[in-house]
Design a protein around this ligand. Sequence first.
Ligand code: AMP
Ligand code: ZN
Length: 470
Amino acid sequence: MTVRLYNTMSRTIEEFRPIREGEVGMYCCGPTVYNYAHIGNLRTYIFEDLLHRTLVKAGYRVKHVMNITDVGHLTGDGDDGEDKLARSAREKGRSVWDIAAFYTDAFFHDEEALNIIRPDIVCRATDHIQSMIDIIRKLEEGGHTYISGGNVYFSIDTIDDYGKLARLNLDDLKEGARIEVDSNKRNPKDFVLWFTNSKFKDQVMVWPSPWGVGYPGWHIECSAMSSEYLGDHFDIHCGGIDAIPVHHTNEIAQSEAAFGRKPWVNYWCHGEFLLNDKGKMSKSSGEFLTLSVLVEHGYDPLDYRYFCLSGHYRSQLKFSFESLDQARSARQTLVRKVAQFRRQGEGAASLDGKARDYLDSFFEAMCGDLKAPQALGVLWSMLRDPDVADDMKLTCLMEMDSILGLGLDRVQAAVDEPCDADAEALELLARRTEARKAKDWAAADEIRDRLAQMGYKVVDTPSGARLEKL
Ligand code: AMP
Ligand code: ZN
């Protein structure tokens, strides 16, 4: 099936055409490992995982590369502030290497819990310093750099299309620019490729280079690692939308200048923010939720994955525990359904008729710019359709879940049933819901009493009734 994706560069949905037949090279900016990932960060990785799974389902061999930023990411995007890792290490009284290792492990623990497929290549910035130096040398040979105050800068005036991804108006920027912190810059939008003149005397992570002992700027790492594993022209580059105006803009500028090819990347895909009451969830605002906090509140990490699927990746999504409750209830219903089908002994069926149509519509929604909410709608219609046999339903669900990643393939006949309710009890519960809808309170009460005799208590919640063992 043809995949269509919104390309931030063209601001339109385009048909995806790979550079090499049947293959996709995909680079995703990874975490800066100075703290736990918050659930906003994790929304972005879930979106990238959906893209990965959709491409695989569409028949591509995907090479997914993700970096770990363990050096060079300053607290300010404009080369100002302190190295995020160095600051975290100082605050916690641990070495930068310890901090990086600890939060990298924590990150992959979260990814696994969210059923995110591990990228084929995960690479650390600190393991690729030489590649970064090589690119900076190329840029120097091409006349794109200058040294000022001991640091090596990229000069954006040496290229004619700086800012094309974000559609920056450079004249406006110059006039409206804030007072520039770094007086070494010729143009406020120039950026550091290599720091030798560190603002921090105790900078621990330093390496020798042709320009002196120092450390790389943040943006150069992604150009170096993507080209090392995917070549200097590849298919898809992903990240959160906050990367568009500075990080990805600078990656494009330096990569196209160094590799001498345009476009460097064919498709730019960006995920929108997760919001909380105060706006964008962010580590710097101090108000953020982690996956482990959700787990402490009794949620399964996959409830959060379902919640993310309920919004399109290019729309902002507001987090609330009420919405998470709804997601949990929906996911648990899916789990119960699969458990019920397994108990019935349903096996794989070859799909035809309506079941096949539902599956086609589901893939169409996902291949058409990852419309997960629409795809979920198709899933529920399929599940409720009395004309689709249970073995077809189970087969369809498994196919759909190979993209959704809700872990339904791991559900056993009984073990994974959330409340261990047996099929008859669930059937009664559904009948009680119908009776209540029809305002037949006597019938509803009678069913509740029968359930009590069977050992179940009915708990009514805003998102529907569920059973608990008495
Ligand atoms: P960081 O670890 O800070 O480098 O961020 C990791 C990823 O999370 C980046 O792709 C960011 O664009 C993304 N991100 C940051 N904040 C949010 C948010 N509130 N919602 C969704 N993605 C975010
Ligand atoms: Zn990056």
